[in-house]
Design a protein around this ligand. Structure first.
Ligand code: ZDP
Length: 278
């Protein structure tokens, strides 16, 4: 029996979406997920996302496996794709806003009339123990602390958007050897759950350039939680406004860290590419 899937991407951060509405656990194993994400021997994707029944008063539950088969708590570009996927599945009954249960709490994507999706990503977690990292003190923020990677000291700021992020401000993002340095950050001893790693170049207080090395997925064209974490880090370090655009290799995300409710709002595209049967 075949399993239907649909391929979506958010700024080139691409996912296989699975209709998992009739089971409360993902219908694929982690190793099957890793095989399907392989770009030469499988469908090809940065991750695989399951739309499961809702829990605790939500419409749906999202689960995501990275391309290496590890599970992530949250996924910003992925949740925009999930919102479109669900609306497509529901057809005439589709809503314009959904409450989605994730491993890092409830997220609320809203389908806008211009086909963009705006997501209430919740509040960032900032204390070292919450990220988690052993840098600094467990009950304090980690803002521009020195971290030695590959014989060099980097000034890093850490933020959790449900998943861990380590942000470094640099003069020129294009000069960073991501494939070499990325894995050394991801697996550094100070990050017990490993980490996503973002390099940020400040162009203006409300416009930054970012390149990302994702935990469990490597170099990707975009990362929604990473873009949110980058703006939070920029604000904490006094370099960014609370409202800023983040330019990624795959395109631009609009991020706002609300002063009123302290939640992150991310707006960007989600595009269906093709469907198929495994
Ligand atoms: O935390 C992790 O392990 C990430 N690799 C998950 C995926 C994050 C994502 N790129 C995003 O957009 O937030 C999908």
């Amino acid at each position: 029996m075949g399993i239907e899937f649909t391929k979506y991407h958010g700024l080139g951060n691409d996912f296989i979406l699975i209709d998992n509405r009739h089971e409360s656990e993902p219908i694929l194993t982690r190793s099957q997920a890793a095989e399907l994400c392989d770009r030469h021997f499988g469908i090809g994707a940065d991750g695989i996302i399951f739309a499961l029944p809702g829990q605790n008063n939500t419409d749906y539950t999202m689960r995501i496996y990275n391309s290496d088969g590890s599970e992530a708590e949250m996924c910003g570009n992925g949740i925009r794709c999930l919102a479109k996927f669900i609306a497509d599945l529901e057809g005439v009954n589709a809503k314009t806003q959904y409450r989605i249960h994730t491993l890092s709490g409830v997220m609320t994507p809203k389908l806008l009339s211009d086909s963009q999706v705006k997501v209430d990503m919740g509040e960032p977690r900032l204390l070292a123990a919450e990220i988690p990292t052993t840098l600094g003190f467990p009950d304090q923020k980690v803002v521009e602390l020195p971290l030695e990677v590959s014989g060099q000291f980097w000034s890093v700021t850490c933020v959790s958007m449900g998943n861990p992020h380590c942000i470094t401000f640099v003069d020129d993002v294009s000069a960073i050897a991501l494939e070499t340095i990325g894995p050394l950050f991801e697996h550094h001893g100070v990050f017990p759950q490993r980490t996503n790693t973002e390099f940020i170049e400040i162009i203006q207080r409300n416009y930054v350039k970012m390149r990302v090395w994702e935990r469990g997925a490597g170099v990707t064209l975009a990362c929604g939680t990473g873009a949110c974490a980058a703006v939070v880090a920029g604000v904490l370090a006094g370099k960014c406004d609370r409202q800023a655009k983040v330019e990624l290799p795959g395109g631009i995300l609009a991020i706002e860290w609300s002063e009123i409710d302290r939640r992150l709002y991310m707006t960007g595209p989600a595009v269906r590419v093709f469907t198929g049967t495994i």
